[in-house]
Design a protein around this ligand. Structure first.
Ligand code: RNT
Ligand code: ZN
Length: 421
């Protein structure tokens, strides 16, 4: 679309929204203030740099072998810089512990230190992004049995507890240097493929391990720990130690953050309706925005009804400042940068629509029991010119407008990622 045409369309859109009592400029400003935590692991199929040639395990799997996987820290950083150049706004990058800068040496998980992440901290500062962090309890010989911190063997438990202790200190150091708390997500794959007898015993061990490690108090000015549950994984179909009830109980009891991954519940169960419930009991929430397709939890995020519902709930609850929006998906079957950019832009489009909602007007209908009117307005809003507003926001931020990013990604593929063989 030509710039002049877009400006005219924007003025029309603004007037249409104004007639509903919605201030488009305010909505764009709110969108601009929304930092999305971009997961680093879509660029390299969750492999990391700990062990070149190592594989992925722990109940998660990537499928596909589209050319262009980032194989080094430098390639990953270049890809991420490209991604942030194709989306408007200021975002965060979420690192996993296996993405450290280990300088060609093998550093085991119970040995990692802040110094292995200093070059990331410096890079983030240069690029203008903040960092989040994740401990890595998968893809390691000491997790191959299926258990880590809830293992019956005290030595294995201790190894992973030490990993968690170190990850918390690394994340806190990131938070300290960036002057903004680092969200540290704790997800562990513990569980079993088949009917497990000792369910209580493993959960008790996990609780004890967490109690022990988290007794080291670190200021939430630097570090915000959160815990992510899961229903099942590949190879842990029958039993997952860190279930929803487990972490919900744990975080409520300890006044901690909970992570909700959109793909970690029963196929018809949605996280959008959990937000307004859980926020009554935990200080903050972390989201892993993902797209479940039947039994897979990690498809590229697109503008689905559930993404819309999730965004609406974040905004309608009035608690947006207590909800951290992060992405978590991995698709190795298509251009990996394309997967990033579609997911980020679609998340922004859903959030923008939520910001452009005349929520008070809808609440009025609700109070007056005018539920037909509420439904009719909700339907009308779907075809309002929100995409024009998004395009105008991209224009303002000097980012590709409409479908223009598709060519940019093709160009980067031709020039860079297709050469990685
Ligand atoms: C796995 C969890 C977890 C991972 C990342 C790589 O089921 O969703 O968040 O996807 O930590
Ligand atoms: Zn997740």
């Amino acid at each position: 679309m030509k710039e002049e045409q877009l400006k005219k369309a924007y003025e029309d859109a603004k007037a249409q929204y104004a007639s509903l009592g919605v201030d488009v400029e305010q909505a764009m400003e709110k969108l601009d203030n929304l930092s999305i935590s971009i997961h680093c692991w879509q660029a390299d199929d969750v492999l990391g740099f700990e062990n070149p040639g190592g594989g992925l395990s722990g109940g998660i799997q990537t499928t596909g072998n589209y050319p262009g996987r980032a194989r080094t820290i430098e390639e990953l950083r270049n890809d991420l810089e490209k991604v942030v150049s194709l989306v408007p706004g200021t975002h965060r990058i979420s690192l996993h512990a296996i993405y450290g800068d280990f300088g060609g040496e093998f550093v085991d998980r119970d040995r990692i230190e802040p110094k292995h992440f200093q070059s990331w901290i410096d890079w983030a500062k240069k690029v203008g992004v903040k960092l989040d962090f994740n401990s890595t309890f998968f893809s390691h010989p000491k997790s191959e049995s299926g258990y880590t911190m809830s293992h019956f063997d005290p030595e294995i438990r201790e190894f992973w507890k030490e990993h968690l202790r170190r990850c918390r200190r690394i994340a806190a150091e990131m938070g300290r240097q960036q002057g903004d708390p680092c969200v540290h997500n704790i997800w562990l794959p513990d569980g079993e493929k088949d009917k497990t007898v000792s369910r209580f015993a493993h959960r008790q061990l996990l609780k004890e391990a967490l109690d022990d490690v988290l007794s080291e108090k670190i200021s939430t000015d630097y570090l915000k720990d959160c815990m992510e549950c899961k229903l099942f994984g590949i190879g842990s179909e029958s039993y997952v130690v860190g279930s929803h009830e487990f972490y919900m109980g744990y975080t409520v009891k300890n006044n901690m953050m909970l992570t909700l991954d959109a793909g970690h519940f029963h196929p018809t169960e949605v996280i959008s309706d959990k937000i307004s419930a859980i926020l009554n009991f935990v200080p903050e929430l972390n989201l892993h925005v993902s797209r479940p397709e039947r039994w897979d939890s990690d498809h590229v995020v697109i503008l689905t009804d559930e993404l819309m519902a999730l965004s609406q709930e974040i905004i309608r609850s009035g608690q947006a400042d207590r909800v951290h929006v992060g992405l978590d998906y991995f698709d190795a079957a298509i251009n990996r940068l394309g997967a990033y950019v579609v997911g980020i832009r679609s998340t922004q489009k859903a959030m923008l629509q939520a910001f452009l909602e005349p929520t008070e007007k809808l609440r009025e209908f609700e109070k007056q029991d005018k539920n037909f009117q509420r439904m009719a307005y909700l339907e009308e809003l779907k075809s309002m010119p929100w995409n024009t507003v998004y395009n105008y926001y991209c224009l303002q931020k000097k980012r590709p407008i409409g479908d223009a990013y598709i060519n940019d990604i093709q160009e980067y593929e031709d020039r860079v990622t297709s050469k990685r063989v």
